[in-house]
Ligand binder design. Structure first.
Ligand code: UDP
Length: 328
């Protein structure tokens, strides 16, 4: 039986990856330090015979007994609010954490897939974003800690591939959503859905003309899985190319949920990318992958999840430090 290590296993993407690899009959070792992940996301796996969990911070030396065939490095804060709350940890997990998993992959002769991001393109000047675009990133802006850590991560991964011959894969993940997102992580879907459930107004930043393209979790996991088992080592975008402005998106969510909320406008955060849409030509060609879940279907499933949360979770303080993020 093949064994996979998933870092960030208690996070949104990580926990869905654990489910996927268990369903595909792998032995799964999950690792997380719970800084942004939640034990709740993997509670259902506790007594699974092929799942084990190690609570550990991947920026510290990683010790794994026995063989490893694959490693998926998904540990990282992933929302602009978190980058401000825990900037140093964000930088460390993308840099030191990546160095550790690369060393582990080399020692175990395992194939490593790292979670990169559309943020490597920054506020893009090329649209839609193709993998050969180098990006437009502000290293010292509020998102710099994440963007630059992920860019370093890619450079380090390519160096281990080229210099040490480690088998590596790089997925550039575009906005992905679904059940198990953290309600208070500040990102637009949990933010809007939480606001609807609390009967608050929806906070659109700027005039809402900035665009995003949202990929449902099942499609994202399918793309990542296919990439891992492909023989392609250069970065591949995985995301849904259906682009929508944030204002239209806010309207769509209100209509979809029969919400009574109104839209209010707030200042646009610093360095908020104005346009984002993946070019997925490569993923189509190399992985034979396209997203299958349309936004309305995905949003309905996600809203059901948020509806199922307790009042305590629903009313947990949001937006701590948020002013810092908005201020120029
Ligand atoms: N956004 C918004 N209202 C919110 C939260 C986010 O208008 O309450 C906007 C944000 O400014 C950005 C987009 O929604 O343009 C997506 O933000 P998110 O934090 O989800 O992720 P990003 O793609 O910016 O990393």
């Amino acid at each position: 039986m093949e064994r996979v290590l998933i870092t960030g296993a208690a996070g949104f993407l990580g926990s869905h990856l654990c489910d996927k690899f268990l369903n595909e009959n792998f032995q799964v070792t999950g690792m997380d330090n719970y800084i942004t992940g939640s034990p709740k996301n993997i509670a259902h796996l506790k007594s699974h015979p092929r799942f084990e969990f190690i609570e550990h911070d991947v920026t510290k030396y990683i010790n794994i007994d026995g063989k490893l065939d694959y490693i998926l490095h998904f540990a990282s804060p992933a929302s602009p609010i978190d980058y401000l709350r825990i900037p140093i940890q964000t930088l460390k997990v993308g840099s030191l954490g990546t160095h550790n998993v690369l060393g582990l992959a080399k020692a175990k002769k395992a194939r490593l897939l790292i979670a990169s991001t559309s943020e490597v393109y920054g506020d893009p000047l090329v649209h839609p974003q193709t993998e050969d675009y180098f990006g437009n990133v502000n290293p010292i802006g509020p998102r710099g800690v994440y963007d630059e850590a992920k860019r370093f991560q890619e450079a380090m991964t390519m160096a281990y591939h080229n210099f040490h011959g480690v088998e590596t894969r790089i997925v550039r993940i575009f906005n992905t959503y679904g059940p198990r997102m953290r309600l208070n992580d500040g990102r637009v879907i949990p933010a809007f859905m939480g606001q609807i459930l609390r009967g608050e107004n929806l906070t659109v930043f700027g005039n809402g003309s900035q665009t995003r393209s949202f990929c449902y979790i099942d499609d994202q996991i399918d793309g990542i899985f296919k990439l891992l088992f492909s023989d392609y080592h250069l970065p591949v975008n995985i995301g849904n190319p259906e682009e929508i402005s944030i204002l239209d998106f806010a309207k769509e969510i209100i209509a979809l949920t029969n919400g009574k909320s109104k839209i209010i406008f707030k200042e646009l955060p610093v360095n908020d990318p104005l346009q984002r849409c993946p070019d997925i030509t490569k993923a189509k060609k190399i992985l034979n992958w396209t997203p299958k879940v349309d936004r309305i279907t995905g949003m309905k499933r996600t809203f059901e999840y948020f509806k199922s949360l307790s009042d305590e979770e629903l009313y947990k303080t949001q937006y701590k430090n948020f002013d810092k993020y908005i201020k120029k």
